[in-house]
Design a protein. Structure first.
Length: 270
């Protein structure tokens, strides 16, 4: 069964990814306006009309900015846990087609097996997701040469034991590398309280946090690791590339750095 994954954009200014497994097409987060999401999907030959669902990680604007506009697409199922859904619905004019799941649960949605688990971040009930192609799991294709599973792990203040357990169960890993401590310290845009929040145990992972997690993972099964949710002001893709270079030389997986989108840089970082 075909499995296709594209990051439409990921930074502190906006996050959204497209995943297709068989005939199932979903977005992971919707952190750009519906108009922009429509254009981004069209740029990869997809469309909002053909989309089946959106999976929301948490209620921060850089993950849900498009929900208001997406409410005009009533066929779209919006997956979230209860606290996240309640908080978001209060802000919206139209009722969304919520599909509520319990944090920590696994369930089947069309061609996908979806798992979610809690992560430490300053939101109501933030989660990370794992998506597996149902057919591949059923047929035992876990060592297939093509990817059939994905983990989306961004917006977390530190690496929990649960994250350590889950991280190496997938072919494609999206992991946050949000900030470089020195650049965050020097930043003149953010007040001290925001810097403290970003560095806190309910903030974001630094480049070094992400590096440690990847380097301590024994016998990684990943085919590709995407370093994502980079801060436009407090990180630098070149520095990330330099820091992680020893890993990509040592292992067989491909390492991709998702540069913050220039068009989205002026939005509020959360
Ligand atoms: Zn967040
Ligand atoms: Zn975020």
């Amino acid at each position: 069964m075909s499995f296709e994954f594209k990051i439409l954009g990921s930074s502190s200014s906006g996050n959204a990814s497209f995943l297709r497994c068989g005939n199932t097409r979903v977005l992971i987060d919707a952190g750009f306006s519906a108009k922009k999401l429509k254009a981004l999907l069209e740029s990869i030959g997809e469309s909002l009309d053909a989309l089946d669902a959106v999976f929301i990680t948490h209620e921060h604007a850089d993950h849900v900015a498009g929900l208001q506009g997406l409410s005009t697409y009533p066929h779209l199922k919006i997956f979230a846990n209860l606290q996240t859904a309640q908080c978001l619905q209060e802000r919206l004019k139209r009722k969304l087609s919520w599909q509520i799941f319990e944090t920590g649960s696994s369930f089947i949605f069309q061609d996908l097996i979806v798992e979610n688990f809690p992560i430490p971040h300053d939101a109501y009930d933030p989660v990370a997701y794992i998506f597996r192609c149902q057919k591949a799991v059923a047929e035992g294709l876990l060592s297939s040469p093509k990817p059939t599973s994905l983990a989306w792990i961004t917006d977390l203040g530190y690496v929990t034991e649960l994250v350590r357990q889950k991280v190496n169960t997938v072919d494609l890993l999206v992991l946050e590398a949000n900030y470089e401590p020195e650049l965050l310290e020097k930043d003149t845009v953010r007040p001290f309280s925001v810097k403290q929040r970003i560095r806190s145990r309910h903030g974001h992972l630094s480049n070094q946090d992400a590096y440690q997690l990847l380097s301590e993972t024994v016998d990684p099964r990943w085919k590709e690791v995407f370093l994502a949710h980079l801060s436009a002001h407090c990180n630098d893709p070149q520095r990330v590339a330099g820091l992680f270079a020893p890993l990509s030389q040592k292992h067989e997986y491909r390492l991709s750095i998702v540069a913050p989108s220039a068009q989205a840089m002026n939005l509020v970082a959360v």
